[in-house]
Design a protein around this ligand. Structure first.
Ligand code: DOR
Length: 429
């Protein structure tokens, strides 16, 4: 029998913080109350107990690019960030467009210190030509289908994917909304800074056009659509209106899209290169407003590890993407909670309960902590200050755009299925 008590913290219950201890026994929350004791104690003084965070969008690079990340190292970075579940994107090499590959990822992920949920491709090879065997992947538990990294450009194929998903219970089509024909060759946001720097741009309209189109396709089919990493004011506004029209749409944003602008690219540092790109200050303000009014359902990292060699190439040649798992919750607290954009409770909702429900895993993640539930918990200290040091990150890669930044808020302990996998901000295995 394994047993420990998380002592001296506050538990978030129905939006209210209450001082309470929490006893974990044999993988489940055995008791919540005051004055609880056990031989093993995890200190939660000054911290908040919340359901573990859920990331809808991570690139774990296995199979194919294990020099940048593996399922094991990515899951460790996730657990250190307070996550108990992550959805692995299928743009691996080869892409996860087939049940055999999905099963392999699930098998490797089974031993990881964060639950790794495999998504599956919408189209074979992410080529945008023919639908992948979504039904067979669904039978293995896949619920999120996406060609992320690429946009499904054909409206006809997107319509068929949405229609097909209606027969796959709990499934959702997730779109990387950037029109290729407007973006190819572009390395940063198209605007004043791209003109000044002479770097070809990726216009914000390329996102809005696909979001507008796919909202109409979702309305036409009645299927669920989820927009990955939205970055523009126009797209957030389209989602806001679609929601009020009753379309089954959800969306996520990544921390870099509410913390950084395209001006950062003036350094020519490829750490700031990402797709969709860092946008203008008015887009950042609109993303923050969308988080504040609930238009945006989830904060997802788009954790995209790349080797130092590849990120040392010139800006236009370097691959897009940045790390996110170990900094996302802290950026949310530092940039949104402290500035009054959202409350801590709302922050935990966009980091945990909302993404859990989009991924269809609310049976074990994101639901309020209660006796009898699986113990998937983050003990989060909202006041701890720390400095982002790329060398100390658990990810195999180092491509964070936040090196040297002081952040407030950190996961102190992470509990996965009753196992303390992170204790005092260090992984236990
Ligand atoms: O910047 C990005 N990097 N955006 C994506 O959509 C894909 C990702 C990657 O896989 O590196």
């Amino acid at each position: 029998m394994s047993e420990f008590v998380i002592k001296g913290g506050q538990i978030l219950e129905a939006g209210v913080l209450r001082a309470a201890d929490l006893l974990v026994r044999d993988g489940v929350i055995a008791q919540i109350g005051t004055g609880l004791n056990a031989t093993r104690v995890l200190d939660a003084e000054g911290a908040v107990l919340t359901p573990g965070f859920v990331d809808l969008h991570v690139h774990l690079r296995e199979p194919g690019d294990e020099d940048a990340e593996t399922i094991e190292t990515g899951a460790r970075a996730a657990a250190l960030g307070g996550y108990t579940a992550v959805v692995a994107m299928p743009n691996t090499r080869p892409p996860l467009d087939d049940p055999i590959l999905v099963r392999a990822v699930q098998a490797i992920g089974a031993d990881a210190i964060c639950e790794v949920i495999s998504s599956g491709c919408i189209t074979i090879g992410r080529d945008g030509i023919a639908l992948a065997p979504m039904g067979e992947m669904h039978a293995l538990g896949v619920r999120i289908f996406t060609d992320d990294g690429s946009c499904v450009m054909s409206a006809g194929l997107m319509r068929r994917a949405l229609e097909y998903s209606l027969g796959l219970e709990g499934s959702v089509i997730a779109q990387h909304a950037e029109d290729d024909s407007m973006c190819s060759g572009g390395s940063m946001h198209e605007g004043e800074w791209s003109s000044r720097l002479g770097i070809p741009g990726r216009p914000g309209e390329a996102e809005a056009i696909i979001v507008a189109r796919d909202i109409r396709l979702a309305a036409l089919t009645g299927a669920r659509i989820h927009f990955l990493h939205l970055s523009t004011a126009a797209a957030v506004d389209l989602v806001r209106r679609a929601k009020s029209d009753g379309v089954r749409v959800t969306c996520e944003v990544a921390p870099h899209h509410f913390t950084l602008t395209d001006e950062a690219c003036a350094s020519f540092d490829p750490a700031f290169k990402v797709h969709p790109p860092l946008r203008s200050a008015s887009d950042v303000a609109a993303v923050r407003a969308g988080l504040s009014d609930g238009t945006i359902d989830a904060i997802a990292t788009d954790h995209a590890p790349h080797t130092p060699e590849s990120k040392e190439r010139p800006f236009e040649e370097a691959p897009p993407g940045m790390l996110g798992l170990e900094t996302a919750a802290a950026l949310t607290v530092t940039e949104l909670v402290k500035s009054g954009v959202m409350s801590l409770t709302e922050a935990f909702a966009v980091l945990s309960s909302n993404p859990a429900s989009i991924a269809g895993i609310s049976d074990r993640h994101g639901a309020p902590l209660a006796e009898g539930r699986v113990a998937n918990i983050c003990v989060f200290d909202p006041d701890e200050e720390w400095i982002v040091d790329p060398v100390r990150l658990a990810s195999k890669s180092r491509n964070t755009p936040y090196a040297g930044r002081t952040l407030t808020g950190r996961a102190r302990h992470t509990i996965l299925r009753g196992e303390a996998v992170v204790v005092d901000s260090a992984a236990t295995r």
